[in-house]
Design a protein around this ligand. Structure first.
Ligand SMILES: Cc1cc2nc3c(=O)[nH]c(=O)nc-3n(C[C@H](O)[C@H](O)[C@H](O)COP(=O)(O)OP(=O)(O)OC[C@H]3O[C@@H](n4cnc5c(N)ncnc54)[C@H](O)[C@@H]3O)c2cc1C
Length: 497
């Protein structure tokens, strides 16, 4: 632990950070690395969130790593099972001794002459500096210390409790309580059926509807295949089946949004009837303009049909002593209000980046291949797909990092930097119209108009671009120690792949 220089520093010990370490061990053996994790546990999202029913809303055959099969019966898995999978991965690959817990990365400063990052971390109330040749950001996409909660008038008047799902109190007892869950995203959809086990009644209060799709929690195809084929082969087949199915459905929503919209609404109608769908489950936007909500085994529909839960689509006027007054004048009684109002998004864990003494405003910079940022050398940042499982791209980004590091070593380069001279920003980093995304666009880089400055949101295409594609594309500039970026920018690097 006294060592202060590493070949690679990975920020974050969540799904992406642990996966990244495995890729590094396999593809760049011999590289020294550390994982800097600000919390005291690994697992990230799957350790932080402890609300009732916490689960994935995509299947674990695509949310799992490409190198470790998911073997549980349930494909839509609960938080503890995902945490266990991450911990097992770390154990099996001997990663634990390389994690520094309680190390929050505050800033990182690149120095071209030495070709090194100096990373400032806060640990035990003190600041400490570490250096590295490559920085791999696996810090997720939202603030851990706070979720997003809008200002609700009269909040202090409310006599009951208000809880944000990101800070769920351990062993919180909601037996017999009237619960109002504010929100219509994945968290609200999970909480509402889960809390009907003990609550007197659970109301989902949403400002506007969301598309909901029910799928079996257990994937019969995957579980059957595992009986006949070796684990990795069965996993690979299921994974590709799911990837292609998701891609097909996503593409259909782009090409024929009205048809898919009708199909999705029909499926919901079959479960809860037309009145419910018209009132509460018909969004104004097209499918995949915002994230679809996946529910396992129609659990939300069951809770609604049994009368244990209900949905109200309305705007909030204010909190009152006994609940929530709506703009319509109606009042919802509550003992507990859960503000499932979303995450507070951020890029690269809020790390402040400086390049050769100049502080970088990431919003002025461009995304490069969904993996790097223009003008920032020797740094990759994991950001998952918005229309498919996060880990599909986390794996690809970490593999891409290894490919670039190996190229640096092979050709005696010390730096790889995307240079976006003359490329104009053309789109936001995230292509969702949701409020929580729109509120945060300025904290993220932007996208250009064409490759390599766009994010494809297409795993199959990214495999060709990232895993098999050439590194040299005229935009990623490689530099040797004695050269300057200006000298090499615009030149196609000498070595061809
Ligand atoms: C409730 C919930 C459910 C989700 N369900 C799905 C799903 O079903 N499918 C899907 O694809 N995605 C889902 N997501 C997105 C999910 O976050 C990703 O799937 C995945 O867990 C991200 O892993 P990660 O390691 O990149 O980030 P995280 O899990 O967020 O982990 C990041 C880690 O970095 C650490 N960190 C952050 N900043 C710093 C810093 N400055 N210094 C040091 N350490 C830092 C954090 O403490 C954390 O441990 C869900 C998200 C939430 C919140």
């Amino acid at each position: 632990m006294n060592k202060t220089h590493y070949d690679v520093l990975i920020v974050g010990a969540g799904l992406s950070g642990i996966g990244a370490a495995v890729h590094l061990l396999k593809k760049c053996p011999g590289k020294s690395y550390q994982i800097l994790e600000m919390r005291d546990a690994m697992g990230g999202t799957w350790d932080l969130f402890r609300y009732p029913g916490i689960r994935s809303d995509s299947d674990m055959h695509t949310l799992g790593f490409n190198f470790k099969p998911w073997k549980e019966q349930k494909a839509i898995a609960d938080g503890p099972a995902i945490r266990k999978y991450i911990e097992e991965t770390a154990d099996e690959n001997g990663i634990n001794p390389n994690i520094r817990y309680g190390h929050k990365v505050l800033s990182a400063s690149w120095d071209s002459p030495s070709a090194k990052w100096t990373v400032t971390v806060e640990t035990g109330g003190k600041k400490q500096k570490l250096t590295c040749s490559w920085l791999h950001m696996c810090a997720g996409y939202y603030r851990y210390d706070q979720g997003y909660t809008p200002e609700f008038e009269g909040r202090d008047d409310f006599k009951g409790e208000v809880i944000h799902p990101q800070h769920w109190p351990e062993d919180y007892d909601y037996t017999g309580k009237k619960v109002v869950v504010i929100g219509s995203g994945a968290t609200a959809m999970t909480l509402v059926p889960a809390m009907t086990d003990k609550a007197e009644h659970v109301t989902m209060l949403q400002r506007s509807p969301t598309y909901v799709v029910s799928r079996p929690a257990e994937d019969k195809f995957a579980n059957g295949l595992r009986k006949f084929l070796p684990g990795m082969m069965a996993y690979g087949i299921t994974r590709w089946r799911n990837v292609l199915m998701q891609l097909f459905i996503y593409n259909q929503t782009r090409r024929r949004p009205q048809k898919i919209k009708e199909r999705l609404l029909d499926m919901t109608r079959e479960e809860i009837g037309d009145e419910m769908v018209q009132k509460h489950f018909t969004p104004e936007y097209n499918p995949w303009d915002q994230r679809l909500c996946l529910i396992p085994d129609g659990d939300l529909y069951t809770a609604l049909n049994e009368g244990k839960a209900s949905v109200v689509t309305e705007h909030i006027d204010r909190f009152t002593s006994d609940g929530i007054k709506l703009k319509s004048g109606e009042e919802l009684e509550a003992d507990l209000i859960v503000t499932a109002t979303g995450l507070d998004l951020q890029f690269i864990g809020g790390t402040e980046i400086t390049v050769d003494g100049r502080k970088q405003n990431v919003h002025d910079l461009l995304n490069y291949r969904g993996a790097m940022v223009s003008n920032i050398p020797n740094m990759t940042a994991v950001f998952g797909y918005t229309n498919a499982s996060w880990t599909l791209r986390a794996d690809l980004t970490s593999e891409y990092m290894c490919k670039v590091i190996n190229r640096l070593d092979k050709e005696n380069y010390v730096e790889a930097r995307p240079v976006a001279d003359g490329v104009e920003p053309a789109a936001d980093f995230l292509d969702f119209s949701s409020g929580y995304v729109q509120r945060a666009v300025e904290r993220f880089p932007q996208q250009g108009k064409e490759a390599p400055w766009v994010i494809t949101q297409n795993y199959a295409r990214d495999i060709f671009l990232m895993r098999h594609g050439k590194l040299e594309d005229g935009a990623l500039i490689f530099r040797r120690q004695h050269e300057t970026v200006d000298q090499v920018a615009g030149m196609v690097p000498a070595a061809a792949e």
